[in-house]
Design a protein around this ligand. Structure first.
Ligand SMILES: *Cc1c(COP(=O)(O)O)cnc(C)c1O
Length: 387
């Protein structure tokens, strides 16, 4: 089976991990800050906080922005469930904004309209999670303008989009957001096995996330509240209810080693995407559109089946491609239609663009080390099934 995504592990990656295993620190050592500084420098941002997954990073981002019970978090239905769940972890209510039928990212006009209605009803969101779907940046400067106008905070879920840029601005620089979150799961652009990171320009948000990723405990004596005079050498303080969301040095070393090849990966993924574009042009498929000014990281290559009488159904196409050894996937079943969210009151028909998209979308295999022969096999299988 040709998978829809897979990691690329080099000897340099293995050496970097082994070096940590032979060193004094498996966790809370120097590899984590080194990886954080590497990402911060690459995306042009002041602060980076490494954690054990993007899901943890989303949770910490919401906590740092003081999202709580009674508040509202908005995101899109066309994402992984974690983009919405982070709001629920904080006790907030979650609602969704439909996607644009061309970019498959959040629709800025739909967002504006929903904000106007929310203002009339007196229930504006506190946090918006904007997802750079498939690696394509959202129209983030417009979202940021709306955030100023309507007074909400913005998290960029860039789990798909490390290495992407909009108008030359790297995703993660937080020019148009409060916090950006990256994932380093093995299917993503670069991997630390499991891992995530939050970036921000705001020192206070960064400090909050650092504290919360490690139990809410500080060892910084200048911040201590409960000692008069010089504290004893063993002293630490738990000042808030935090978590153990730390990244280990083993994972950070792998991530940092992979980061050195980020640009190479993004170039390779874009080249594959362009080749798909040429090879698939004659088939009844809607191909991805990269908006002007965007560099996509092409985490995913999604096509939409143009359904018509006599053509295979979406379901049939999936089954046949899987049978032919092509590991196609659907990104994503709309989050609001998951049983957990239906139990909260969402129903089919709530977000028609996301629902229609999910009835047509197919993620084709795409990864940095994919060969021409593998890609040709995907194209042949599609031609066979669609002819
Ligand atoms: C993968 C992914 C996540 C979660 O990442 P983890 O590192 O596995 O927690 C969140 N959001 C989106 C859009 C993702 O694709």
């Amino acid at each position: 089976m040709i998978p829809y995504g897979r990691q690329d592990i080099t000897q340099a990656d293995i050496d970097a991990v082994v070096d940590v295993l032979r060193s004094d620190f498996l966790t809370q050592g120097p590899a984590v800050p080194r990886f954080e500084q590497g990402v911060a420098r690459r995306v042009g941002v002041q602060h980076a906080v490494a954690v054990n997954s993007a899901t943890s990073a989303l949770h910490l981002a919401c906590l740092a922005l003081e999202l709580q019970a009674g508040d509202l978090l908005w995101t899109v239905p066309n994402t992984f469930v974690a983009s919405a769940n982070c709001g629920r972890y904080c006790g907030a209510d979650v609602d969704f904004v439909d996607i644009d039928p061309v970019s498959w990212n959040i629709s800025v006009p739909a967002l504006h309209e929903k904000l106007l209605a929310a203002r009339r009803q007196g229930r504006l969101p506190k946090v918006l999670v904007a997802v750079h779907f498939a690696g394509q940046p959202t129209e983030q400067e417009d979202i940021w303008r709306l955030a100023q106008e309507f007074g909400f905070r913005v998290i960029e879920d860039a789990s798909h989009a490390i290495g992407a840029a909009r108008n030359g601005e790297p995703v993660g620089s937080c020019r148009w957001s409060d916090i950006t979150v990256f994932s380093f799961h093995p299917v993503k652009i670069i991997t630390s096995a499991e891992g995530g990171m939050a970036t921000t320009r705001d020192a206070i948000l960064a400090e909050r996330m650092c504290l919360l990723r490690s139990h809410g405990i500080t060892r910084d004596t200048s911040k201590f509240r409960s000692f008069d005079g010089t504290p004893p050498a063993w002293a630490y303080e738990q000042q808030q209810l935090g978590y153990n969301y730390r990244m280990t040095d083993v994972h950070a070393a792998l991530g940092a080693s992979q980061l050195a090849r980020l640009d190479e990966y993004v170039v390779a993924r874009n080249a594959r995407a362009q080749r798909y574009g040429r090879l698939l042009a004659a088939l009844p498929l809607m191909l991805p559109t990269v908006l002007p000014g965007n560099l996509s990281a092409f985490h995913l290559y999604v096509v939409r089946l143009q359904t018509a009488p006599g053509r295979p159904t979406h379901r049939h196409l999936f089954d046949q491609l899987r049978e032919l050894g092509i590991g196609v996937n659907l990104h994503y079943m709309p989050v609001h239609l998951q049983p957990y969210y239906r139990d909260l009151g969402f129903v089919p028909g709530d977000y028609p663009q996301s629902e229609r998209y999910a009835e047509e979308a197919i993620s084709l295999p795409l990864f940095a080390v994919m060969s021409d022969a593998q890609q040709d096999a995907v194209v042949s299988a599609l031609e066979e099934v669609l002819s």
